[in-house]
Design a protein around this ligand. Structure first.
Ligand SMILES: Nc1ncnc2c1ncn2[C@@H]1O[C@H](COP(=O)(O)OP(=O)(O)OP(=O)(O)O)[C@@H](O)[C@H]1O
Ligand SMILES: [Mg+2]
Length: 243
């Protein structure tokens, strides 16, 4: 369970989150949506201690993330991996090495064992055939898959995805949706997805939270989100669909 409890966060005079509370239970694919600048990325960065609340608390399972100093955050970041919008792979390492390197560090694995396991994780995301390529030699959809494999290799219980389909063609975006959903179902990795992609929401969300003006404006099932008789949500959905 990921819990944000009465979180306040401001940058200078700008309040981004004000007394914001949300509980994300384990299991499923939980979408966090809202207009650009609403504070979605700021929110999920709190879950892994990249940002600290000005007031309030954040928990990942039993760990009170907001009370931990940087040097105590490793257990949180092992449990809860983040896949950033730009895959953030190391340019000079092959795709397999990108997956292997964090495993070697985290599990103190030999180079050989990590290399073998990296192939298994690349298979999980259908990228084993390009294991020896460099990031620049593959497209952004494959890079995204490899970033997901790298996150999976650290055996997280949660993966936070920030805009996983932004910048991808519709076809590749749907492949990424399918992958996020499959990892959640088959590997019990709870997905928390920040997105503007309403097709993704319709296809794979099990719950939707809508941030608006520093608050949790809506939280519920995907069906109730699209059926909500709330002008702000209707205008948000229309804007995303026509973008
Ligand atoms: N480190 C920072 N310093 C100052 N302001 C920040 C910082 N990070 C975020 N902000 C501000 O906080 C607000 C929320 O930003 P955030 O990136 O969370 O929005 P978002 O909902 O993820 O938007 P988008 O959909 O465009 O990614 C914005 O006004 C942004 O400019
Ligand atoms: Mg963002």
């Amino acid at each position: 369970m990921i819990v944000f409890s009465h979180v306040c966060k401001a940058f200078g005079a700008k309040k981004v989150l004000d007394d914001f509370s949300l509980t994300i239970p384990e299991g499923g694919v939980h979408f966090i949506v809202g207009f650009s600048g609403a504070g979605k990325s700021v929110l999920i960065r709190h879950a892994i201690g990249l940002l600290k609340p000005d007031k309030g608390k954040c928990f990942v399972d039993e760990m009170e993330v907001s009370a931990l100093n940087e040097d105590k955050l490793s257990p949180v970041r092992e449990r809860c991996q983040m896949v950033f919008q730009h895959a953030n792979l190391f340019d000079s390492l092959s795709l397999a090495e990108n997956v292997a390197m964090p495993m070697r560090k985290r599990f103190k694995m030999s180079r050989k064992e990590a290399a073998q396991k990296a192939i298994k994780y690349l298979e999980m995301v259908d990228c084993e055939k390009v294991a020896d390529e460099l990031p620049a030699q593959v497209g952004s959809g494959v890079q995204k898959r490899v970033a997901i494999a790298r996150a999976m290799a650290l055996k997280p219980r949660y993966i936070l995805y920030d805009e996983p389909t932004t910048g991808l063609s519709p076809k590749i975006a749907r492949h990424i949706d399918a992958l996020i959903s499959r990892l959640a179902k088959e590997h019990n990795v709870t997905a928390v997805v920040v997105s503007h992609d309403m097709t993704s929401v319709k296809n794979i969300a099990t719950a939707v939270s809508f941030l608006y003006e520093t608050k949790l404006y809506f939280n519920g099932s995907v069906e109730s989100f699209f059926a909500a008789d709330l002008p702000v949500i209707k205008s948000f959905v229309n804007r995303c669909v026509s973008a």
